[in-house]
Design a protein around this ligand. Structure first.
Ligand code: MTE
Ligand code: MO
Length: 372
């Protein structure tokens, strides 16, 4: 059993798949803290968790011809200026189960918990690439990452991001060795992972073994044959993965974490809580909440840290306390967020449904009963 050596996990996690391990925190725990505690941070593994020795760990940095190749130990990485940043990581498949309800898709049945926030620390990728003598600023180049996790044929997890993002100090791409002040937990990439603020989780390669600058995107299955969006009309017979760009920045997203779907709330006043986030550093400027399925709206209060323009890498938590309209027996609670480009969420799944169930960001809906 290649999974026999996987780490022990927190019992509160809702498990979607045991081998490989995929799990999300329950909604009410997800928004209990602005920073998600490490033990309940959602986990998305495609393969068994490697068991790496910090003493012998080496990161291979391979530049284009003319550049130096580096083999960096953990101590070597600690010599670079330590950079810290709070970043929300979201899987492209977050909220996939809502797409499934509309029409079958292929993928893990994530609810709204395939998203979490941590304070990450490590070396900036641009500093490490500069050390390798890397001065290219070609718009066509890519930085490819390879994990040290692999399948029985020896194929490793891999992904890439455009070189321009990697080289931009303002993009704050990290080779992270700390998560919330602790060494990375094994499930989250010990000893080193990539953190790409504002970009889909799939590019945040864990158990990082190799970084290389290439003319082409990563040839990994997960870069080329997965994590892409398609029209609702595309099915498994007609899909052409080469025709769509790889997902990088994610669209605006929000979800309700309290109350839960199917719950009973007391008449009088109801407290509604949730999260909102957008990709590419776009800040959340507003969250609208409806108690009547979207007929009328109220503006929620945004909690959490104030966001820097163009560098809003982390989510906002939000809440709304609202009187329950007299005589109501049930509430259809809906939320939708607006980012600082005035991007909005689509009102329903149908127009954004896709065969892989990614980019699921329709208005989030929760139905509750009211006790008289
Ligand atoms: N990196 C490696 N090496 N192997 C993986 O399976 N999964 C990716 C990414 N990095 C993965 C990986 C995906 S799809 C996501 S959403 C994030 O890691 C999840 O990170 P987390 O488990 O720390 O939440
Ligand atoms: Mo993911």
């Amino acid at each position: 059993d290649p999974y026999a050596d996987d780490p022990v996990r927190h019992p509160a996690l809702k498990v979607n798949s045991q081998r490989p391990f995929n799990a999300e925190p329950p909604p009410e725990l997800l928004t209990e803290n602005y920073i998600t505690p490490n033990p309940i941070f959602f986990t998305r593994n495609h393969l068994p968790v490697p068991n790496l020795e910090p003493e012998t760990y080496r990161l291979h940095v391979v530049g284009p011809p003319g550049c130096q190749s580096l083999s960096l130990s953990l101590d070597d990485l600690y010599q670079f200026p330590k950079h810290e940043v709070t970043v929300t990581l979201q899987c492209a498949g977050n909220r996939r189960s809502e797409m499934t309800q509309f029409k079958e898709v292929k993928g893990l049945e994530w609810n709204a918990g395939a998203i979490s926030t941590a304070r990450w620390a490590g070396a900036r990728l641009c500093d490490v690439l500069a050390k390798a003598g890397h001065q290219l600023r070609e718009t066509e180049a890519h930085v490819c990452f390879e994990g040290l996790d692999s399948d029985p044929t020896g194929t490793a997890y891999g992904a890439s991001i455009p070189l321009a993002r990697a080289m931009d100090p303002e993009a704050e791409v990290l080779l992270a060795y700390e998560m919330n002040g602790q060494p990375l937990p094994r499930d989250h990439g010990f000893p080193v992972r990539v953190v790409v603020p504002g970009v889909v989780g799939a590019r945040h390669v864990k158990w990082l073994g190799k970084v290389s600058v290439e003319r082409e995107e990563s040839y990994s299955h997960w870069q080329r044959r997965d994590y892409k969006g398609f029209s609702p009309s595309v099915d498994w017979d007609t899909v052409d993965f080469d025709s769509a760009p790889s997902i990088q920045e994610l669209p605006v997203q929000s979800a309700i974490t309290e109350p839960k779907d199917g719950e009973t709330v007391r008449s009088g006043e109801v407290t509604i809580k949730g999260y909102a986030w957008s990709g590419g550093g776009r800040a959340i400027v507003r969250v609208d909440v409806s108690l009547d399925g979207g007929l009328t709206w109220q503006v929620a209060e945004l909690d959490g840290e104030e966001q820097r323009p163009r560098k809003a890498w982390a989510w906002r938590l939000w809440q709304l306390q609202a009187p329950v309209p007299a005589g109501k027996k049930e509430l259809n609670i809906v939320c939708k967020a607006v980012d600082d480009s005035y991007n909005v969420q689509p009102d329903s799944v149908a127009p954004i449904w896709n065969l892989r169930g990614v980019l699921s960001n329709a208005w989030h809906r929760v139905h509750v009963r009211v006790t008289p």
